[in-house]
Design a protein around this ligand. Structure first.
Ligand SMILES: Cc1cc2nc3c(=O)[nH]c(=O)nc-3n(C[C@H](O)[C@H](O)[C@H](O)COP(=O)(O)OP(=O)(O)OC[C@H]3O[C@@H](n4cnc5c(N)ncnc54)[C@H](O)[C@@H]3O)c2cc1C
Length: 252
């Protein structure tokens, strides 16, 4: 439990957005608290199988740098990412595969290095406002309720939890009917013989939607390759699901 009752910045939500906001604030010298309902950071990237990260690039130009790039460099140093690689499907300018468990660890390390205090297993239960400004938030922690004062609050809950609780106008989904993006079917497969898989793709191109087969070979030495497969048949040695995104990790 934090001893402090007042913070310069309180960030609700420890996904990648909340982490970057908290790290940046702390690096500027602000006392910063990051509040997360689960027991680890990373949000959808570590709790829901979302990935690879996309994208750091607009065409060939890298447009996302700074702390997110530092995160990738730290991941690479721990063999938790290949870094930015070409998207073999042509969907994004680049993709950045990562190992979710290493991501949890690296985000923890960055929080510590930046001087961010993190409160895990903690959810928002209330807000106290004066005029239109949030003065305090009340949190449910494992040790009971906690009311904390902040100068600046950042809602990085992914679904506007703080804004909604504070009475802000919120909307959900697309304008026409409020529907949200449907879930992606994601799976991770390890122990894959990448060369066999590549041969399968080359020999049965009609089963895959890679736009450019040569892109498979343009990232030599990477442990992982990313494919978006749209397989119609199951074949020996290649595990597949129709319209699934497949992450293949070769044997370490
Ligand atoms: C179906 C789908 C597929 C996607 N695929 C990709 C992809 O392949 N690649 C990609 O880069 N992006 C993808 N995205 C987008 C990506 O998921 C988001 O851009 C990213 O997760 C946003 O990060 P965030 O930190 O803002 O929110 P989140 O990742 O949602 O993090 C929010 C955090 O806040 C915490 N939280 C929420 N409410 C509370 C509360 N009341 N109290 C305390 N903590 C709380 C949550 O536990 C979570 O840790 C996809 C999104 C969807 C919906």
């Amino acid at each position: 439990m934090p001893q402090k009752k007042k913070w310069d910045v309180i960030v609700l939500g420890g996904g990648v957005s909340g982490c970057m906001a908290a790290f940046a604030a702390a690096k500027q010298g602000a006392t910063t608290l990051l509040v997360e309902q689960y027991g680890f950071l990373g949000g959808s990237l570590t709790n829901a199988g979302v990935g690879p990260m996309m994208t750091f690039h607009a065409g060939k130009r890298q447009v996302v740098t700074g702390l997110p790039q530092e995160l990738i460099e730290r991941l690479c140093a721990k063999q938790g990412s290949t870094g930015h690689i070409e998207d073999t499907t042509g969907y994004a300018s680049s993709v950045t595969p990562f190992d979710a468990e290493v991501l949890k660890l690296v985000l923890d390390e960055m929080a510590q290095d930046c001087g961010v205090d993190v409160l895990y297993h903690t959810t928002l239960v209330g807000v106290r406002k004066q005029a239109n400004n949030i003065q305090t938030i009340t949190l449910q922690t494992k040790s009971g309720l906690l009311e904390l004062e902040g100068t600046v609050f950042v809602d990085a809950s992914g679904d506007g939890a703080l804004s909604f609780t504070a009475g802000a106008d919120v909307r959900q989904g697309r304008d026409a009917d409020g529907l949200c993006q449907p879930m992606t079917t994601n799976m991770k497969v390890s122990g894959v013989d990448i060369e066999t898989l590549k041969a399968e793709i080359r020999n049965n191109q009609e089963n895959f939607n890679l736009r450019d087969l040569s892109s498979m070979d343009r990232a030599p030495g990477f442990r992982w390759q990313v494919f978006t497969g749209s397989l119609t048949k199951q074949r020996p040695k290649v595990c597949c699901t129709r319209s699934a995104r497949m992450f293949c990790c070769s044997k370490r």
